[in-house]
Ligand binder design. Structure first.
Ligand code: ATP
Ligand code: MG
Length: 365
């Protein structure tokens, strides 16, 4: 297996339109790196440049310490799984999986051995004689993965391989792919726009936005210290609550709806952020108190072990704050005692705050 490294990688399809701009990050040997971001942010383009299916406009890509910019896809020793699987419809599962080996002129007994091994690993031995149209979506997905792993390449590139599957199967395949990656000790770059997939599968996450790399780090780093407003709102569901206000140079944040102590001696316009699950609903207070924020209850959303409360808050991004309450906290969960339209009070914990510059939208240290 091998390490992958991108240095200032750029892709321009036309003079003025960047698809990818100044992107640098790496996947260590055996690491699982997820590229995540909204539609059109440059995820597939980045992956295709690593695979050699797209030329770089600028920058450098290394695989296993070797610059591969000018190498053909077949000489890079990478395997890619596409969103639509791209299986050959007229070939059986066996023939589909054997195809990359045949192309490399591997002898027949060895092809049979490697296909059988891969099929066993993916529990699809019983499907080897079928054609793709005789398979379910999940089975097709496994075959596509099988075709990628059969020749044990240095690096796996997966582009949204689960997006055609239903929610339950996606959860199952998510775990399977992660286990498979561990078992093979493979270096993997995995594209998704699903933040849950990113958080659960990645050793590291690369968050992209409009062709730029917004942040690169472990899921915990990205969740606990998002580098920008974009990252703060992209990872986490419901997203982080943000409210406009200013910090006064003496460690106090204020806006019309909320005043709270912060650990910053700067003076500037900011967004203050707090995650829904870090806040609490408390008995309604009529007196405004530090760290308390009151508003009209707009919506209650029970999702099982959690209940989300949407509260109208002036100056907040999107006009609402969300509080997520665990039913086992002894706090109101399912059997909420609050009525829609009622004024409720939320407590913002002083230790769980994020500050972002209002103009640049970057995190303040
Ligand atoms: N062949 C092409 N010619 C011109 N522009 C392209 C081409 N391929 C992609 N783009 C543009 O480059 C940008 C990035 O595209 P890319 O496919 O990498 O996005 P993505 O992050 O994979 O999005 P999605 O989640 O929708 O798959 C988009 O604005 C897209 O329109
Ligand atoms: Mg894409």
């Amino acid at each position: 297996m091998a390490e992958v490294r991108l240095t200032n990688v750029e892709k321009r399809y036309s003079e003025d339109a960047f698809a990818v701009k100044g992107v640098s990050f790496g996947a260590a040997d055996g690491e699982f790196v997820v590229l995540v971001g909204p539609s059109g942010c440059g995820k597939s383009t980045t992956l295709r440049m690593i695979a050699g299916l797209e030329e770089l406009t600028a920058g450098e890509i290394q695989i296993g310490g070797i610059v591969v910019n000018d190498l053909q896809p077949k000489d890079r020793d990478v395997a890619m799984v596409f969103q639509n699987y791209a299986l050959y419809p007229h070939m059986t599962v066996f023939e589909n999986m054997a195809f990359p080996l045949k192309m490399r002129k591997i002898v027949k007994p060895q092809i049979t051995q490697q296909v059988t091994d891969a099929a066993r690993l993916l529990s699809i031995e019983h499907l080897l004689k079928r054609k793709p149209k005789e398979l379910s979506g999940g089975e097709r997905q496994r075959v596509a993965v099988g075709r990628a792993i059969v020749r044990r390449p240095k690096v796996f590139l997966f582009d949204e391989p689960l997006s055609n599957l239903d929610a339950a199967l996606r959860t199952q395949m998510r775990a399977e792919i992660k286990r498979l990656q561990r078992r093979l000790g493979a270096t993997m770059l995995y594209v998704t726009h699903d933040q849950v997939e990113a958080m659960t599968m990645g050793d590291k996450i690369a968050v992209m936005n409009k062709g730029l790399l917004e942040q690169f780090g472990t899921p915990a780093e990205i969740y606990e210290a998002p580098a920008s407003v974009f990252v703060a709102r992209f990872l986490g569901s419901p997203p982080m609550n943000l409210i406009e206000g200013r910090i006064d140079g003496k460690g106090v944040f204020s806006s019309s709806a909320l005043t709270i102590d912060v650990k910053s001696s700067e003076s500037r316009e900011v967004f203050l952020g707090v995650r829904p699950e870090r806040m609490r609903l408390i008995p309604a207070s009529s007196e405004p108190a530090k760290g308390h924020i009151s508003g009209k209850l707009l919506l209650v959303e029970p999702v099982g072990s959690l209940t989300h409360y949407y509260v109208e808050v002036p100056e907040s991004v999107g006009g609402t704050f969300v509080v997520s309450v665990h039913d086992r906290d002894g706090l109101p969960g399912w059997e909420a005692t609050y009525a829609l339209g009622e004024t409720v009070t939320m407590e913002v914990p002083a230790t769980q705050l994020h500050l972002f510059d209002r103009k640049s939208e970057k995190r303040l240290s």
